[in-house]
Design a protein around this ligand. Structure first.
Ligand code: SF4
Length: 476
């Protein structure tokens, strides 16, 4: 119900005049603690040279946002002009050449970057590659580290968990993230990677629907991509209604980074939002849950436009959950992670997951150690209500699925190897997550530098993990 509708009915109001305030048991809170509620407003984008004359109506127009997204150094230069140093442009030029991922950044994101210090800015770090911070990939890294293709019965449909499938109807997004787990498929080919094509194709979709219909155990479908923001309204209806019509499918999740990087679309693309709303409402009438899963990584992505977009979704009864990725220089301190969780709670994007960073080519500078995740998890737990407290998970490389980060069977800080099991996903197998080499002590880095040592590192970790599993089983 909108605010206007609320005031139209007779609602009780708090009367402060004659009710004594009970004595507090806690000291007054420092206003700084509540600073996460002060969201950026006004016309902040006008400090960007190319947006100096852009009024609010234009900046809110999703078509304008899309058309003016930056995909090349030339467009970045034309947008930022002389407020960025030549050193930075030179770094970006080399970064573009070495990046495995295509580059696409919305005006909204560009306008939120601190251009006085772009190297350290958490949004720049996620979207604009620079050569100077590149680090060698970990020796254990594969391009499709989560084995999504190996677990796909038909292209673009991954069936790993018993009751859940991941459907990838398209391979484009409104922005491209440097760290995308699906850099094997998402975006255009780059100088470094020729992508697996997952273009929108009705025959491919039909094969995916037929598979889901043939498997009565599948109750839950994540519709990702690419990004559901880039699905046309008629595609959203076709996909949503077809999946809802399969009797055993009980839950749909539209996965989109959109609210974090272009909230304007929710405010001005009525056709898209009406299609999502129609599927949500039909699902509700059938007793099925249809929600949005989004992907904010830092409170710096949240503005008054985000709040307005989230309120519009809430008015339509659309639940939003957030899946963040733990990233160095983005959200890897207690302050930045707690602020992210509190800000998301404030705008009603439930902080559902924080993922350890997957092993993705060309972004070792963004990964943190598992130890960092373990420390942050302890700090975050308790700052807010349990349903707004994210679960910290590792998406176990090799297709083990999501494991709570502290459920490892063994973790060695010297080599950075942690070992997980996934008894309900792939029983009997061990899955290895590895910390980035830059987070290891010198001795650990030296062991990984020697190719003969690498199998030994993993075998030692496996032995210790097996001993731990046996110890746990002895307790039965
Ligand atoms: S929006 Fe999602 S799928 Fe698209 S590039 Fe970013 S992480 Fe990858």
């Amino acid at each position: 119900m909108s605010e206007a509708m609320m005031t139209a009915v007779d609602v009780p109001q708090l009367d402060h005049d004659d009710t004594p305030v009970p004595a507090a048991k806690k000291p007054p809170v420092d206003p700084a603690v509540l600073a996460y509620r002060d969201l950026k407003g006004g016309e902040w984008w006008r400090h960007v040279p190319a947006y100096r004359d852009v009024d609010e109506a234009t900046f809110l127009d999703h078509k304008w946002q899309s058309k003016h997204s930056v995909t090349s150094l030339k467009r970045l230069l034309a947008t930022m002009q002389d407020i960025v140093s030549e050193d930075f442009y030179a770094d970006v030029e080399r970064g573009f050449m070495l990046a495995p991922m295509s580059v696409r950044v919305s005006p909204y994101v560009l306008s939120l970057i601190d251009w006085d210090n772009p190297w350290d800015d958490p949004l720049r770090r996620q979207f604009i590659p620079v050569a100077s911070t590149l680090m060698a990939d970990h020796p254990e890294l594969n391009l499709d580290s989560l084995h999504e293709q190996a677990d796909a019965p038909t292209p673009g449909l991954t069936h790993r968990y018993l009751d859940k499938a991941l459907f990838l109807p398209l391979d484009t997004c409104p922005v491209y993230c440097r760290f995308c787990t699906r850099s094997y498929a998402i975006g255009l080919d780059t100088e470094q990677v020729e992508k697996v094509a997952l273009r929108p194709n009705k025959d491919r979709w039909k094969a995916a629907f037929a598979y889901v219909a043939s498997r009565p155990e599948i109750e839950d479908i994540v519709i990702s991509g690419g990004d559901a923001y880039n699905l046309r309204a008629d595609w959203i209806r076709e996909i949503g209604h077809t999946l809802l019509s399969i009797p055993h499918v009980q839950r749909l999740r539209w996965a989109t980074k959109g609210p974090a990087i272009m909230p304007q679309k929710i405010l001005t693309d009525d056709e898209w939002l009406d299609a999502i709303t129609e599927v949500v409402e039909r699902g509700r009438s059938m007793g099925k849950e249809v929600v949005i899963h989004t992907h904010f990584n830092t409170a710096n992505e949240v503005t008054e436009h985000s709040l307005r977009a989230m309120n519009r979704l809430m008015e339509r009864g659309i639940l939003v959950r957030n899946q963040a990725v733990l990233q160095r220089g983005v959200n890897d301190t207690p302050e930045t992670m707690v602020r992210l969780v509190k800000t998301l709670s404030w705008i009603n994007a439930h902080p559902y997951y924080v993922y350890m960073h997957d092993l993705v080519r060309g972004v070792e500078d963004l990964r943190t150690s598992l130890a960092t995740g373990l420390r942050l998890e302890k700090i975050v737990r308790g700052v807010t209500a349990g349903f707004n407290t994210p679960t910290f998970v590792v998406d176990a490389p090799g297709g083990g699925g999501k494991r709570a980060i502290h459920s490892y069977e063994h973790y060695d800080r010297e080599t950075g190897v942690s070992v997980y099991t996934a008894p309900s996903v792939k029983p009997g197998r061990l899955f290895y997550y590895v910390d980035p080499l830059h987070a290891l002590p010198e001795s650990g880095q030296q062991r990984w530098a020697n190719p003969d040592e690498r199998p030994r590192i993993l075998e030692e970790a496996a032995e210790k993990a097996r001993a731990h599993i046996a110890w746990l089983e002895d307790g039965d």
